[in-house]
Design a binder for this molecule. Structure first.
Ligand code: GAL
Length: 429
């Protein structure tokens, strides 16, 4: 396994030459901590269900104990990967009725909010809370624009995980998880031939986006994948065509009822022994272990997505201070708490993510997360598309639309042309 130097795509690069953020600095009229009451704080996320809510609940309980005078208003909107939540958030921001603090992925997604002037900078907050050195510098780069920092990261998730049922693999005569896309396709075929189980479980369309991203990363490699998001990138090459063909092939082994379920039910098929494989981010570990009470290694097992060993397709959930936050002072308390070692070590062992802070206590993290902590230190980095790192919401939506059509017509040529057009239109925006 070749271990290359980490490659991040700082916001500064993604945003090269883009607009200045006049009025978005710490000097705006909302920056006085005394403005707005401090009796409640409204926090917006999409963490409502299995694998999502438990970590938030535990962290909120700690926050309430520490700040008994602040009423916590949980404004979470259900739906994996925030597809519903982001739409609700967009209309609230449009109507200038922001929640005090909302979830946003570090990277390009955050940049959308920054460019729209919807976030306050957190420069002095970072200095006061001595946060500048507690997160990896590369992560700080992803929440920084034109020298100002804009959010507090609470975790780092890995998106390229292959979850599998040891039982179903044994039943299919497969002794080890596949290491390449070719082996993966052969194994899917073997599961289909030798068992009555679903070879690869899939859920709502965003999980098909997530799967597509994983196959692209495997076929293009991290350098090829990361390069796609740079200005003038070539999406018309044979490597992209090959990845789309592989994706089409893999889709043949997914369950037909996929689209009507969210990620939890698709992932649950694996621990219930109904499916051999599922490709999902490591929030699935939180769901399996904490919600479904399954034991890592026996109830479920994992490997890097075939073809991505040594690569960490990362994303980070971060929370913002909305411009015009009605309860600004309380929101600042919330963010201060969120950035603390205590909060991160409470939240992440339950959520199935590793902490964004460098000084968290590794002993608190279970089997999968110990593995993730280790991989994070050595793997080469790729940024997630589905979870907001490499492309704006608009570009992401264009790809999702093209992919939705592809799921129906399976036309590789049309899909690739749509991807080329989307890149021409959105690259550098
Ligand atoms: C991601 C988010 C994760 C998890 C996942 C599934 O976008 O970063 O924390 O919530 O969606 O909903």
């Amino acid at each position: 396994m070749v271990r290359n130097r980490r490659r991040w795509m700082p916001i500064v690069l993604l945003a090269a030459g883009s607009l200045a953020l006049a009025g978005c600095g710490g000097g705006n009229k909302n920056s006085n901590p005394a403005s707005g009451g401090s009796t409640q704080v409204e926090v917006f996320s999409w963490w409502t269900g299995g694998g999502e809510a438990k970590g938030l609940e535990a962290m909120v309980a700690d926050f309430k104990a520490k700040h008994p005078t602040i009423a916590f208003q949980n404004a979470a909107v259900a739906g994996g990967s925030g597809t519903n939540a982001k739409a609700v958030l967009a209309s609230r921001l449009q109507a200038q009725q922001p929640p005090d603090s909302f979830q946003g992925h570090a990277g390009a997604e955050l940049l959308d909010y920054i460019k729209a002037g919807q976030l306050e900078t957190l420069d002095s907050f970072y200095d006061q809370n001595q946060l500048r050195s507690v997160f990896p510098q590369q992560l700080v780069d992803q929440i920084t624009f034109e020298g100002h920092v804009y959010s507090v990261p609470v975790n780092i998730h890995r998106s390229n995980v292959l979850w599998y049922s040891p039982k179903v693999l044994t039943e299919a005569g497969i002794s080890a998880p596949p290491g390449s896309i070719a082996e993966f396709i052969a194994d899917l075929q073997q599961v289909k031939q030798k068992t009555k189980k679903i070879p690869l479980s899939l859920g709502a369309q965003w999980t098909a986006d997530h799967l597509w991203e994983s196959v692209m990363l495997a076929d293009l490699g991290p350098d090829g994948w990361n390069a796609l998001w740079k200005s003038g990138a070539d999406w018309s090459g044979a490597n992209v065509t090959k990845a789309l063909q592989d994706y089409a092939e893999i889709l043949k082994y997914t369950n037909a009822e996929a689209a009507s379920t969210d990620w939890q039910l698709a992932a649950k098929d694996v621990v219930d022994g109904k499916a051999a494989f599922n490709i999902m981010g490591d929030w699935a570990d939180g769901y399996f272990r904490v919600d479904l009470k399954k034991k890592p290694s026996s109830g479920y097992n994992w490997a890097a997505v075939p073809g991505t060993n040594g690569v960490y397709d990362w994303l980070s959930d971060s929370f913002t201070l909305a411009k015009g936050a009605p309860h600004r002072a309380a929101a600042v308390q919330w963010l201060g708490f969120l950035g603390s070692k205590k909060a991160q070590d409470t939240f992440n062992p339950l959520k199935g993510s590793i902490p964004a802070r460098k000084d968290a206590n590794p002993k608190l993290y279970d089997t999968y997360l110990k593995w993730a902590l280790k991989q994070w230190k050595s793997d080469k980095l790729a940024g997630s598309l589905t979870h907001g790192v490499v492309a704006s919401n608009a570009w992401n939506t264009d790809i999702d639309t093209a992919l939705g059509l592809f799921l129906q017509n399976k036309n590789v040529g049309n899909f690739q042309s749509a991807l080329v057009s989307a890149a021409k239109k959105r690259s550098g925006t």
